[in-house]
Write a protein that binds this ligand. Structure first.
Ligand SMILES: NC(=O)c1ccc[n+]([C@@H]2O[C@H](COP(=O)([O-])OP(=O)(O)OC[C@H]3O[C@@H](n4cnc5c(N)ncnc54)[C@H](O)[C@@H]3O)[C@@H](O)[C@H]2O)c1
Length: 292
């Protein structure tokens, strides 16, 4: 993909979306963030905040422009509810790709009450479907990149390594063995993980029916806080969630160890998980005048 092309980052104010937006902007793409700031409102609901002092999005974007001369736009849209605005934006921007991070992403939060379950399903499923529907309505060849989670497979497996891509299985059709390809069977353990398995089905359908190009990554916990881009200035710092709903296991262990609290282990403690160190990016050189 050539620089100067446009990329929409849905959820670009969040933990993964913010450093991704800066990285793409630095590489020369015109980045358009769509975010309804719902994650910041959930901090207020839960009475907690990021351990790092994250700045309001408009201030972050202003600082980025001052330091690099590069503009990142922000559109305050709820992708699960504002379909007409989302479709109009996609048609106007004509992005080469859309990176989709805009979901409620905490399994514990999704299980707190019927309201939280319904919010997570409404937000995540309607949001993903609206994006797919708007891509088709635009008539454009837009590559959709989505972050799923390995949690869709549950904690057990069928006694085998989970294969990349599809699984070839033999089925008996009218007494004849046929080979077919299926996605690896999902086994979600929370409402949040269930929304990710439903996302995958929506992607499968829209790819098959409408040729929408989709990359759905089912990786493990993403950890790390800052990148070379966010470290250019304190106003660009990324969020660090540490509490019981949004703080993932490494962050919680780090904070507990720092204050001398025993590490809180869920269940038997025998779970295994993959961790993706995705946040601190590879070394690169900014002009020294832009470094702080
Ligand atoms: N953080 C991880 O370890 C991890 C691991 C696996 C998968 N993921 C996935 O990556 C994605 C991003 O995760 P994150 O950790 O950056 O989460 P996050 O909560 O920090 O960021 C999500 C952003 O999306 C926005 N958003 C949510 N719903 C929206 C809506 N309807 N309209 C517009 N904006 C909306 C929020 O305001 C927030 O800024 C999620 O889909 C998550 O499931 C994250």
């Amino acid at each position: 993909m050539a620089s100067g092309e446009r990329i929409i980052v849905l959820g670009g104010d969040g933990f993964c979306g913010w450093p991704t937006s800066l990285r793409l902007s630095r590489e020369g793409y015109d980045v358009i963030i769509v975010d309804n700031l719902s994650r910041r409102k959930i901090d207020i609901e839960l009475g907690c905040e990021s351990l790092t002092p994250i700045q309001p999005l408009e201030r972050r974007l202003r600082r980025w422009r001052e330091l690099t001369g590069r503009t990142i736009e922000h559109h305050h849209l709820n992708i699960a509810e504002d379909y007409a605005d989302l479709a109009a934006l996609i048609a106007k921007i004509k992005p080469k790709a859309i990176v989709h991070f805009a979901e409620q992403r905490a399994a514990p939060y999704s299980m707190k009450s019927p309201r939280h379950k319904r919010y997570t399903v409404d937000n995540n499923i309607n949001g993903t479907h609206n994006v797919l529907c708007a891509i088709v309505e635009s008539g454009l060849d837009i590559h959709l990149v989505h972050l799923g989670t390995m949690g869709v497979y549950g904690y057990g497996t069928a006694g085998m390594s989970i294969p990349e891509g599809y699984l070839t299985v033999k089925v008996d059709i009218d007494g004849v063995d046929r080979e077919i390809e299926i996605p690896y069977p999902p086994h979600p353990g929370s409402i949040y993980h269930m929304t990710k398995t439903l996302d995958a089905l929506l992607f499968y359908y829209y790819n098959k029916n409408d040729d929408v190009r989709v990359t759905d990554l089912h990786q493990g916990v993403v950890w790390g806080t800052n990148t070379d881009d966010t470290m250019l200035h304190p106003d660009l710092i990324n969020r660090f969630d540490w509490e019981g709903d949004y703080g993932t296991v490494l962050n919680r262990f780090l904070v507990q160890a720092a204050v001398g609290h025993p590490l809180t282990v869920y269940g038997s403690g025998g779970q295994t998980r993959a961790f993706t160190f995705a946040i601190r990016s590879a070394a690169f050189s900014w002009p020294s005048s832009t470094r702080r």
